[in-house]
Design a protein around this ligand. Structure first.
Ligand SMILES: *[C@@H]1O[C@H](CO)[C@@H](O)[C@H](O)[C@H]1NC(C)=O
Ligand SMILES: *[C@@H]1O[C@H](CO)[C@@H](O)[C@H](O)[C@H]1NC(C)=O
Ligand SMILES: *[C@@H]1O[C@H](CO)[C@@H](O)[C@H](O)[C@H]1NC(C)=O
Ligand SMILES: *[C@@H]1O[C@H](CO)[C@@H](O)[C@H](O)[C@H]1NC(C)=O
Length: 146
């Protein structure tokens, strides 16, 4: 099971990081409302509970502002290196079934933020880290599908 679990997150964070997004999926009606001012706790509530403490831990330690989901998404190489050893056995309790549930949710969330960056954070209250996000993006290629 371990190799499939590694493959699961690796799919979202290939070695040479590329900011990828499907613009059609990102701009689906309702997404701006769904993800407006998204916080770590809101994303924790979207995913299986086995991930909760590891999400909070990764969101606090990947260098991005804690409630800046746009930054966590473009920072996925660093982010996955924090969440993988935390969430999976032997340390973590997430199963393959949990990951099957989490995968499309994370994909939709990060596809949205990779595409829109800070557009859904207009007039939000949380501290954000756009300088780090822009620094990461500047080093990457961008691949847009539709
Ligand atoms: C992009 O997203 C749309 C809407 O979800 C989907 O129909 C389309 O197949 C996706 N394109 C690719 C290349 O995955
Ligand atoms: C979002 O972009 C990052 C790189 O900036 C990439 O590693 C990640 O796989 C992308 N996420 C999605 C869902 O495309
Ligand atoms: C192990 O998992 C626990 C509970 O999810 C978490 O609090 C802890 O930080 C994890 N340890 C490591 C090394 O990731
Ligand atoms: C931001 O904070 C103000 C004052 O506390 C509050 O009225 C407003 O609803 C908050 N906005 C959001 C998007 O949470």
């Amino acid at each position: 099971m371990r190799p499939s679990i590694i493959a699961f997150f690796s799919l979202l964070s290939v070695a040479t990081a590329t900011r990828t997004f499907n613009i059609t999926a990102a701009l689906q009606p309702g997404n701006f409302d769904k993800y407006h001012c998204a916080t770590t706790e809101q994303v924790v509530n979207l995913l299986p509970s086995c991930l909760a403490s590891c999400q909070r831990n990764a969101n606090a330690n990947d260098g991005c502002a804690y409630d800046d989901i746009a930054c966590h998404c473009v920072n996925y190489v660093k982010y996955s290196s924090l969440i993988e050893p935390c969430a999976f056995p032997p340390n973590g309790s997430c199963t393959f079934a949990d990951l099957t549930i989490a995968r499309p949710i994370v994909n939709d969330l990060c596809n949205f933020f990779n595409a829109t960056l800070y557009a859904a954070y207009d007039k939000c209250n949380q501290t954000l880290s756009p300088d780090l996000t822009n620094c990461i993006i500047a080093k990457e290629d961008t691949v847009i599908t539709e």
